[in-house]
Design a protein. Structure first.
Length: 255
């Protein structure tokens, strides 16, 4: 079998999604579940908690509200969201990796207002306008269809609710490009040291193939989200995109 060629920067945007088979991505995350949080801390230079807190703040959730955390992984963001909606609120963490969900449930499943469910980000098992906000942190670039991923989050959020996407980006500023170079070359080495070389080589490929912030914003507008904006953090190595659900605008008929 020929060796898989890593996609060039932004290549995934041609097809509108990650070209890797979803089953392979699920197996990858199942394999690294036990090392996931420690590696995230190392890879991010201990910045991941700050990035996550900012993304959670962007939801503008309040006590008593409901949220869904798509591609929740080990559940850290889900727990942070639950802290914002307590008391009286509810947060669902959804993921397609059984091993990730097992860790999330062991850590946070007993907390009030939190539930973890297995599911597909491209076919969320919830009705329209169920939630006040939807988040996806470091998960969008793993989806085979970015547009559908955003469309599904939009569908399950009520009018005026917020959709928040945090993911790795390809920096344009020099300082950010230096960080990206470290990311590209050091992460596969770290993955090899912890016995997950292929998994962390995939991480680099998925980041290189992910569309730029302007393209992601355009996809979000294309599914009907309003007030789409993005914020660059840590020299542009990550971006937080936000949009507001606007179903009523979709239904308006020109006079």
């Amino acid at each position: 079998m020929a060796e898989e060629r890593p996609p060039r920067d932004g290549e995934n945007s041609v097809s509108g999604g990650n070209p890797a088979p979803p089953e392979r991505i699920r197996e990858t995350f199942d394999r690294i579940a036990g090392a996931y949080d420690a590696m995230n801390a190392l890879i991010s230079g201990m910045q991941e908690p700050r990035w996550r807190r900012r993304a959670v703040e962007e939801t503008r959730l309040e006590a008593g509200m409901r949220a869904i955390d798509v591609a929740c992984g080990t559940g850290k963001a889900t727990a942070d969201l639950a802290a914002r909606v307590t008391p009286g609120g509810r947060v669902v963490g959804l993921d397609f990796s059984p091993h990730m969900l097992r860790i999330a449930d062991q850590r946070y499943g007993a907390r009030p207002g939190i539930a973890f469910v297995a599911g597909d980000a491209l076919d969320l098992p919830f009705g329209d306008a169920t939630f006040d906000a939807a988040t996806i942190l470091f998960g969008m670039r793993n989806l085979r269809d970015y547009r559908r991923g955003f469309a599904e989050m939009h569908r399950v959020v009520r009018d005026g609710g917020r959709i928040v996407c945090l993911d790795i980006a390809r920096p344009r500023r020099r300082a950010g490009r230096l960080i990206a170079a470290w990311f590209d070359h050091v992460i596969p080495v770290l993955g090899r040291l912890v016995g997950h070389r292929d998994a962390y080589a995939y991480l680099v490929r998925s980041a290189k193939g992910y569309p730029g912030p302007e393209q992601i914003a355009e996809i979000m507008r294309g599914v009907g989200l309003a007030e789409v904006r993005w914020l660059e953090l840590s020299g542009g190595i990550v971006t937080i995109h936000t949009g507001v659900a606007a179903h009523s605008a979709e239904q308006e008929v020109p006079g």
